[in-house]
Design a protein around this ligand. Structure first.
Ligand code: LMR
Length: 394
C-alpha cells in the first residue's frame, strides 16, 4: 500500500516547531508558531479558564454526546461576540474542532452548494488556507493585500481587484490581525469593501482567529459587522485558540448568515452533514469552558481583563521593537511594526536571512520573515533580536 507513496512536505509552521524543539541551544528564541507567550516565555492557562474548568469538573455528570452542532450556549455566545446585537434570526452557528476545523467544514459546505465558485485568498495568506480550500475541491487565486515595500495594505490594488469579483467568487478575508502580514485594513476600507460586496455580489468568507488580539473585542469585528450589513449571505470561521488560550482543546465556531432563516437552515444542514462524515461531533471540553465564561459575569470580566493585558503586552512589544530599530538604524523603515496588529508582522526576509537568524543567532522566524512578536520574553531577548535582525538585513 505505502511502498510507492511520494514524500510530502510538512506545513512550514509545523516543520519549524519540530526544528525548534530539536535545537539544543539554551538561548534559542521561538518567534515562529502563532502562540501567545508572556514575559516568562510561558503560554499560561488563563485564570478564568482554570476556574471554569474546575466548575466543569465539579458539575459535569456525563460524557455522553452533546450533538452534531456542539454546545448551543457556546454557539450563541460566539454569535453575539462576533455579530453584536445584529438580528441573528438568519445566522446559524456550529461548534467546530478549532478555527481550522471551522474553516474546513465551511469550505466543504460551500463546495457542495457552489462547486463552480473560485476562492480568492489574500496575497500573502496563512499557508494552510491553500490546502483547506483546495482540499475541498476549490480552485484558489490570490488578490493583492500587502505592499511588500511599505508593509502596509495595498488598499487601492485590493479594492480594484475586489471590484472585479462577482457572485461566483468566494473572497476570504482575515477579520482582524492579518496572518502573516500584521498589516490591517482600517474601518473606512471595510466600509468600502462592504459597499463593493453589496454591489458586485461576491461571497465574503471571514477567517477570525485573533478576535481581541488587535484593538479590542469589538473593534476587531468591525470588518464582519460592516460587511454583514451590506450582503445577503456570508460565513465566518472563528477560533478560541488564541483569545481563550485553548489551543490544544480545539475550540472553533462555523457561522453562516443566510439570505433568510430558511436558507440559513439549509446551508447549516449541509454543514452538519459535512461534519458528520468527517469528525462527526466536535470535542466538548473547551467549548463548554468558553460557554461558561461568556455566560458568567465574573468569569467574563476576568477573562476580558486578561485578554486586555495580553493585547497590551503585544502592543507594547511592537512599540518597543520599532523604537529600538529606529534608534539602531537611524531610519524609520521599521516603524510599521508599531502600526501592525496581532502577534505577527511579515518583515519580508529571504531564505538566507531567515536561515542566518536561525543558524547564527538561534532565532526562529517563519519562512518569508513572519515574526511572532510575543515570542520575545524580555528586553534582553528584544535586544538580541534587534541586533541579529539589523546584522542580517542592513
Ligand atoms: C500560526 O499561523 O502560526 C497559527 O495559526 C498556528 C498554525 O496552526 O499555523
Amino acid at each position: 500500500m505505502f511502498q510507492n507513496v511520494e514524500p510530502t512536505p510538512l506545513d512550514p509552521i509545523i516543520r519549524l516547531i519540530g526544528i525548534f524543539k530539536a535545537d539544543n541551544r539554551d538561548n534559542k528564541i521561538d518567534m515562529g508558531v502563532g502562540v501567545f507567550r508572556d514575559s516568562n516565555g510561558n503560554t499560561p492557562i488563563m485564570a478564568a479558564v482554570k476556574e471554569a474548568e474546575q466548575r466543569l469538573h465539579d458539575q459535569q455528570t456525563t460524557k455522553t454526546y452533546v450533538g452534531l452542532s456542539g454546545d448551543e450556549s457556546f454557539n450563541q455566545h460566539i454569535t453575539r461576540m462576533v455579530f453584536g446585537d445584529a438580528d441573528t434570526s438568519r445566522i446559524r452557528a456550529v461548534q467546530a474542532p478549532g478555527g481550522c476545523g471551522a474553516l474546513r467544514v465551511l469550505s466543504e459546505m460551500l463546495s457542495r452548494v457552489s462547486s463552480d465558485s473560485k476562492v480568492w485568498l489574500t496575497d500573502p495568506t496563512w499557508g494552510n488556507h491553500y490546502p483547506i480550500f483546495q482540499g475541498s475541491g476549490f480552485e484558489t487565486e490570490t488578490y493583492p493585500y500587502l505592499n511588500r515595500a511599505t508593509k502596509t495594505v495595498a488598499v487601492d490594488e485590493l479594492l480594484d481587484a475586489l471590484s472585479r469579483r462577482g457572485p461566483q467568487d468566494i473572497v476570504v478575508f482575515h477579520g482582524c490581525c492579518h496572518n502573516p502580514s500584521g498589516a490591517e485594513l482600517q474601518p473606512e476600507h471595510w466600509d468600502e469593501i462592504a459597499r463593493l460586496a453589496g454591489k458586485t455580489g461576491f461571497f465574503p468568507f471571514f477567517d477570525l482567529a485573533y478576535q481581541g488580539f488587535g484593538d479590542s473585542l469589538e473593534q476587531d469585528v468591525y470588518s464582519i459587522r460592516t460587511v454583514a450589513r451590506e450582503v445577503e449571505s456570508l460565513v465566518v470561521a472563528s477560533s478560541c485558540s488564541k483569545n481563550f488560550g485553548l489551543y490544544r482543546d480545539r475550540v472553533g465556531c462555523a457561522m453562516i448568515a443566510g439570505e433568510s432563516s430558511k436558507s440559513a437552515d439549509r446551508a447549516c444542514a449541509q454543514l452538519l452533514s459535512t461534519a458528520r462524515s468527517s469528525y462527526s461531533m466536535p470535542p466538548d471540553h473547551g467549548a463548554a469552558i468558553v460557554g461558561m465564561i461568556l455566560g458568567d459575569q465574573q468569569l467574563r470580566q476576568a477573562w476580558e481583563q486578561e485578554l486586555t493585558d495580553m493585547r497590551g503586552r503585544i502592543l507594547g512589544l511592537r512599540v518597543q521593537m520599532s523604537n529600538k530599530l529606529r534608534a539602531r538604524t537611524g531610519h524609520n523603515r521599521w516603524d510599521f511594526i508599531a502600526d501592525h496588529r496581532g502577534m505577527f508582522s511579515l518583515l519580508v526576509l529571504d531564505d538566507e536571512q531567515v536561515n542566518r537568524l536561525r543558524d547564527e543567532y538561534a532565532i526562529y522566524v517563519v519562512a518569508g520573515g513572519r515574526i511572532n512578536i510575543a515570542g520575545l520574553r524580555d528586553e534582553e531577548e528584544m535586544d538580541r533580536f534587534v541586533d541579529a535582525f539589523v546584522t542580517v538585513t542592513e
